[in-house]
Write a protein that binds this ligand. Structure first.
Ligand code: PLP
Length: 379
């Protein structure tokens, strides 16, 4: 079955009693037991809730996983994965990383004896050189934030499996519609469902999928033990959003390619990062392993003054954090999403004071280009 059909099926046959097409919101904290030692399968909503389970089963199916888990946010999902490790363990991390993830690793989990080494994971030799006897995992983003580098998951998974490491992939920017890391050897995929999966800039959510049963049992245990679960209302919003994932991303990618090509030709734009452009270094790798290039664009303008002008003058495109929703958003990574990355690393990566990030929505491409044009040429 095509994945765009599967997304529409999420939750569809959930309520066999009434036949409700939209999965009901089971707004309950607890469930009555039919008798002593008996359960309906649901006991208490931290441990399991039917609306949440419809979402968890849905993402598991889309990713080809044995199980899915839903959390209150993307960060809660990532934090709960770190509970799989113990003091003394070492994790290798891609250096081009979402700022919030970097903050969680360096300022929270480093306090509990986990150590992290940041490397350019597109360089497999650099990954091998970072290995230590206590290395337990490799954490990468399938398409990085904000510079849109694509990870070679088959190559990284070979290294991980040779050294008995878990390969964890943050697949937020691509979603299962465009890329399925577990099918290419990753052990765990994690999502900020706040972004493309929910897709409407209206809720915060996180998801995890896992490849094997033993990992599923561990993640399930920690999800219940630590308890950062998503509520039934938000579960329903994510399911509702996921149903249109395919058509949203088709339109968003089409718009992104047009906008990236237009930006590339504009005299005041000095650099454009979009993997759908043939000149992008990972264009070929993505053609091979992904079924699209996503709808995030990063670009540099010719002066810092123009950054402020663009952020203030765009009318259709909102100056706001986050990404992946139907509304186009523009952000300034250096002071917003990536402020928690050490300055020296930011400079090396190219996250500087002229770099902007655009999350392309589903509006008309020509209207978006018109908005960027008037903001760039405003005086
Ligand atoms: C937003 C984001 C997160 C964090 O997710 P929240 O839902 O905001 O907690 C993690 N990884 C990536 C790549 C993100 O874009």
């Amino acid at each position: 079955m095509n994945i765009s059909t599967e997304t529409v099926q999420v939750g569809l046959e959930w309520d066999t009693r009434t036949g409700a097409v939209s999965v009901p919101i089971y707004q309950t904290a607890t469930f009555r037991h039919p008798g002593l030692g008996q359960s309906t399968g649901f006991d208490y909503s931290r441990s399991g809730n039917p609306t949440r389970l419809a979402l968890e089963n849905g993402i598991a199916r889309l990713d080809g996983a044995v199980a899915g888990f839903a959390y209150a946010s993307g960060m809660a999902a990532i934090a709960s994965l770190l509970l799989l490790f113990r003091s003394g363990d070492h994790i290798i991390v891609t250096e081009d990383l979402y700022g919030g993830t970097c903050r969680l690793f360096d300022r929270v989990f480093s306090q509990y004896g986990l150590t992290f080494t940041y490397v350019d994971t597109s360089d497999t030799l650099a990954v091998k050189n970072a290995l230590r006897p206590e290395t337990r995992a490799l954490f990468v983003e399938s398409l990085t934030n904000p510079l849109l580098k694509f990870a070679d998951i088959p190559a990284l998974s070979t290294i991980c499996h040779e050294h008995d490491l878990k390969l964890i992939v943050d697949n937020t920017f691509l979603t299962p519609y465009l890329f399925r890391p577990l099918e290419l050897g990753a052990d765990i995929a994690v999502y900020s469902a706040t972004k493309y999966l929910a897709g409407h800039n209206d809720t915060v959510a996180g998801l995890v999928t896992v490849r094997d049963q033993q990992l599923a049992e561990q993640v399930c245990f920690h999800q219940n033990a630590a308890g950062a679960v998503i509520g039934p209302q938000d579960s329903w919003l994510v399911i509702r959003g996921m149903k249109t994932l395919g058509i949203r991303l088709d339109r968003q990618q089409e718009n992104a390619l047009k906008i990236a090509a237009w930006l590339q030709d504009h005299p005041r734009i000095t650099k454009v990062y979009y993997p759908g452009l043939e000149g992008h270094p990972d264009h070929g790798l993505m053609l091979r392993y992904a079924s699209g290039f996503g709808a995030m664009i990063a670009f540099e303008v010719d002066s810092h003054a123009l950054v402020e002008q663009l952020l203030l003058q765009t009318q259709l495109i909102s100056f706001a954090e986050s990404l992946g929703g139907v509304e186009s958003l523009i952000t300034f990574p250096e002071v917003q999403t990536h402020a928690d990355i050490p300055q020296e690393l930011r400079a090396r990566l190219g996250i500087n004071d002229v770099l902007l990030r655009l999350s392309v929505g589903i509006e008309d491409a020509d209207d978006l280009i018109g908005d960027l044009r008037q903001a760039l040429e405003h005086d």
